[in-house]
Structure formats: structure tokens, C-alpha cells
Design a protein around this ligand. Structure first.
Ligand SMILES: [Zn+2]
Ligand SMILES: [Zn+2]
Length: 424
């Protein structure tokens, strides 16, 4: 059981990019053929490790009408994602052992690996730091107050010191609340045209600079979530050059989309941090290539159709992304000739796994057999009705993307097959 040979595929992992056979024995990648293996002919296809998405929101517990751990995992499998790390802004917040235990228990029935972040502060109120050691022991993969930035520098400084002591990572949502308030979009040409107040780039950059300075001073690692501006990249690049232990992620919406789509898409294109300008987008693409950006995550943020039908000023922020992230990266970065497949695998698989210290995102013998068979060339249109996510709030609906997961395997078991879609 769980023995496979995938034949004739172009296998791209962190080590090589060659046509070879991939062996699976007992749910793990193997260096040799195992008896009674099922043979899968993948000629013409690309095989990559299952994606590791270090930033998703599954709304479970508390808002499962938007998404729950099982529907979120199904969406992940359809997008080639086999490890999801979910943010703690649930209701209640994942700030205690009980909520982590609930998530980990529900995750046992999920078709892919689902791991929780724990909150940095109790109730994500930015005031009282949670018990890092206890929550780490209870299964927290890392810590974050995503959605509610830790505004108090003293609290952030203490939290970074604690994270270093407990050997964990803090992912920081960098937006200075005093500058962004509840504004719906980037401050710039589009916000002026629509007559709306906007979120300036400085709101993000100020907080990244603060976190970089605190990381430098404390010697702790810090991870910056969803980087969206050219200025942010410059700060992170300089900090890295100075030896600060800083890493960062961006999301497909920031390398594929700009604020220019907001007049057309309205609330569907509302996300925090907001979609920025073409200049920012180009800087993001460049730094995905040169290594300043370490990882691609989705910030998969499900909301209902009703919520996203509100005027943009009132609609909640966020968009789903698990079912489009791989295709978006292939379309925007690979097929444009900007970034080779091996680097995309690094950005979406090996780097996030390494940042979180997970045994995932690799096809090394002994690793869990999490992999995706990808048709890199097929062109498809993103359609709301085909999403497996409970939510449909994607700004990519109607776009043509090139490249798609044909089938996804988690620990040697097929958890998604594209044919399922047409079969209903
Ligand atoms: Zn965030
Ligand atoms: Zn988020």
C-alpha cells in the first residue's frame, strides 16, 4: 500500500531538474523500486514537491460558513498545496492550548497537512504575550498576530526575544494601524480617482523597518508576511545585507495584479496590504528572482459572496488563493521567462518548509511522499463554480492561467485528480 512509481516525468525539486522516475514506498519518497508499486505514466508532465503555503486563513473555529479546515484542505489539494499553515485570527483566536488542540484534531481528517500558527498576544489584542513555550509544545508551527499587527514596539521586542529562546518564528503583518485605519485600497492614483482614503506604502514600510531593527538588536529571526511595496523590498534587502535574520513572503496578488483592477472588481480586489502600483509589482517580481523574497504564500482569506457584495469601503479584506497560486506563479513568472521552474519550487515548496523547520517541500528519499503532477502548459480559465473552497472571493476569476495541477499526492495517497472537477 502506498507504493508508486511515477515514470517519465520532468522531476523538479530543490536538487535537480531532470526526466527520471520517482519512487514511493509506504507513503515516503524512496530511492528504489518497491514491490507491488502502482505505475503512473507522467510523460510530458512536471512533478514537483507538494506546495507549502505558510499563510492561509481557514476560519475554523468560529466562521466555518466562510471556510473550515476540511474545505480549506480540499481547496489546497486542488491547487497542489499539501501543507497549509493557518493563521490564528479565528474565533476564538488560537492563543491557547485548547484552540490549538481543536485545530490539530480537526486537521487529522483533512486530506493534506494543516498546521496552526499560535497568536503572539492573547486574543491578538497586542497587549499580553502568549505562553510561547507551552504553545510550541502544543503544536504551534510558528507565531503571528496576522490581521492585527503588533503595534506596540516593546511587545514586539519581547516577543522576538521569546521566539529566539523557544526556537520559533514570528510572522509579522506589517501595517501601521494609525496610517491604514479601515481604508479599502492603496493610497494613490486610483484612490484619488474614486474619492476614497487610501493605505499609504509608508504604513507597511515603517513597520518592516521597525521589525528589521528589532530583529537586528535582539538577534531574533523575523518573517515579514505578504510584502507588497518596492520600498519594503529595499528595506528587507538592506537588512539582509547587514546580516539581519529577516525573511519574507509575497503572494500571487502582488506579483500578478495592481490597483488598476479596483475600478472594475471593487470589493473582490480589496485585500490587506492593498494591491499597489505597476512599479511595486515589478519590484516584487525582480526580488522573487534575485532572492530578496524568500517564499510565495497565498494569504488565502475566504469571505462570503454577501460580504464581498458590500461597497468596497465596507467589504472585508482578503481573497482566496489556494487553487490559483501555482498556476499564477507558472503564468506570471515561469511562462514569461523570468524565473526558472527550480526557483519556483524553492519559493513555493522548499523555502517555506525550511523557514518553518518542516519535513516537507522536498522529494528527498525518506521525506513524506507529498508531490504534484503538473501539466505546465495547459491553459484554463478561473471559474468561481469550480472552486473547492467554500468561498469564491478570487480576484483571478475570468483570468486565463497557464499550468495546472493534474493530480496531488499527500503521503503517497492521491488526494486530488483534475478529472474530479469535470466529474462534478
Ligand atoms: Zn496579514
Ligand atoms: Zn493573512
Amino acid at each position: 500500500m502506498g507504493n508508486l512509481i511515477v515514470r517519465n516525468a520532468r522531476v523538479v525539486d530543490g536538487v535537480s531538474d531532470i526526466i527520471r522516475d520517482l519512487y514511493v514506498a509506504n507513503g515516503h519518497i524512496s530511492s528504489a523500486y518497491a514491490a507491488d508499486s502502482e505505475i503512473i505514466d507522467a510523460a510530458g508532465m512536471v512533478v514537483i514537491p507538494g506546495l507549502v503555503d505558510m499563510h492561509v486563513h481557514f476560519r475554523d473555529p468560529g466562521q466555518t460558513y466562510k471556510e473550515d479546515i476540511l474545505s480549506g484542505a480540499n481547496a489546497a489539494a486542488a491547487g497542489g498545496v499539501t501543507t497549509c499553515v493557518c493563521m490564528p485570527n479565528t474565533k476564538p483566536a488560537a492563543d491557547c492550548v485548547e484552540v490549538l488542540a481543536y485545530i490539530l484534531d480537526r486537521a487529522k481528517n483533512a486530506c493534506v497537512r494543516v498546521l496552526p500558527y499560535a497568536a503572539v498576544t492573547i486574543g491578538q489584542n497586542g497587549e499580553t504575550i502568549t505562553d510561547f513555550a507551552k504553545l510550541r509544545n502544543a503544536g504551534a508551527a510558528a507565531f503571528s498576530d496576522d490581521g492585527n499587527p503588533v503595534m506596540n514596539a516593546e511587545i514586539m521586542r519581547k516577543a522576538l526575544i521569546l521566539s529566539a529562546e523557544t526556537g520559533t518564528l514570528i510572522s509579522s503583518h506589517c501595517e501601521d494601524i494609525s496610517l491604514v485605519k479601515n481604508y479599502a485600497l492603496n493610497e494613490g492614483v486610483v484612490s484619488k480617482k474614486l474619492g476614497l482614503r487610501g493605505r499609504p506604502a509608508s504604513a507597511e514600510e515603517i513597520m518592516i523597518a521597525r521589525d528589521a531593527i528589532l530583529a537586528a538588536e535582539t538577534g531574533a529571526r523575523v518573517h515579514i508576511a505578504h510584502v507588497s511595496t518596492a520600498g519594503s523590498i529595499e528595506i528587507i534587502r538592506r537588512a539582509k545585507e547587514a546580516g539581519v535574520k529577516i525573511s519574507c513572503e509575497t503572494c500571487p496578488q502582488y506579483f500578478m495584479l495592481t490597483e488598476d483592477i479596483i475600478p472594475k472588481l471593487g470589493p473582490l480586489a480589496r485585500v490587506n496590504p492593498p494591491l499597489r502600483t505597476e512599479r511595486d509589482r515589478l519590484a516584487i517580481v525582480e526580488s522573487l528572482k534575485d532572492g530578496t523574497i524568500d517564499a510565495i504564500a497565498t494569504d488565502h482569506a475566504p469571505h462570503t459572496d454577501e460580504e464581498k457584495s458590500l461597497p468596497i469601503e465596507e467589504a472585508p479584506s482578503g481573497m482566496i488563493g489556494l487553487e490559483t497560486s501555482l498556476a499564477a506563479a507558472l503564468t506570471g513568472l515561469y511562462h514569461t521567462g523570468i524565473i526558472p521552474l527550480a526557483r519556483i519550487v524553492e519559493l513555493m515548496c522548499s523555502a517555506p518548509a525550511r523557514l518553518l523547520g518542516l519535513d516537507a517541500g522536498t522529494l528527498k528519499p525518506g521525506a513524506p511522499a507529498d508531490f504534484v503532477i503538473v501539466n505546465p502548459d495547459t491553459t484554463w480559465e478561473v471559474e468561481a463554480k469550480k472552486f473547492r473552497s467554500r468561498a469564491k472571493n478570487s480576484a483571478f476569476i475570468g483570468m486565463k492561467l497557464q499550468g495546472q495541477a493534474v493530480s496531488t499526492y499527500f503521503e503517497g495517497v492521491r488526494v486530488f485528480c483534475a478529472a474530479d472537477l469535470s466529474g462534478g
